[in-house]
Design a protein. Structure first.
Length: 172
């Protein structure tokens, strides 16, 4: 076998490295390049879906907070024999806009997240919401009873939101 001097070894290694580099570049062009648009599309789609889902959770939290805050005002107003105009406004918002907004946000949460755990928690929140509404409308219900039910609803709503965030892998 012939002995190679250092110069010949250097140029042979250099040529081999250049050829492997060119072969790698061609492989990237033939293998990766056709999939590049699809990879970019899927990455952008995943990012968009994550942003939409995060916004849905945020809107649910805002709507549920507003609903439970108005529940406090409305329940107190129901207990008064002669509700003031502000009390009547609270009752109307609690029975109308706030509950509609809450249910809409709850439904979006259910649609955007397919999870039996989340669906179970949302059903619990629905039940608690109906119970709170019934307790508020009954003027004989003591404040501590409907306040406890209101707190249960808040906890259920927060739990549902945390489950949704766990599905997104935002909260552990």
């Amino acid at each position: 076998m012939a002995q190679w001097d250092e110069s010949k070894k250097f140029w042979t290694e250099t040529a081999r490295t250049v050829l492997l580099g060119v072969a790698g570049a061609l492989a990237i062009l033939w293998v990766v390049k056709p999939w590049e648009k699809d990879i970019e599309y899927r990455a952008e789609l995943s990012k968009t879906v994550l942003a939409i889902r995060a916004r849905v959770v945020d809107e649910f939290l805002a709507a549920s907070y507003r609903y439970t805050a108005l529940a406090y005002d409305a329940c107190r107003a129901y207990q008064k024999p002669e509700p003031s105009n502000d009390d009547q406004t609270a009752i109307n918002l609690f029975q109308g806009e706030a509950v509609d907004s809450f249910r809409s946000a709850r439904n979006r949460l259910d649609v955007y997240f397919e999870s039996s755990d989340l669906s179970h928690e949302l059903l619990t929140a629905d039940r608690l919401s109906r119970e709170l509404f019934a307790l508020c409308r009954d003027a004989k219900t003591e404040q501590k009873i409907w306040e406890a039910k209101r707190q249960e609803l808040r906890i259920a709503n927060n739990s549902a939101a945390m489950t949704a965030l766990r599905i997104l892998d935002i909260r552990r």
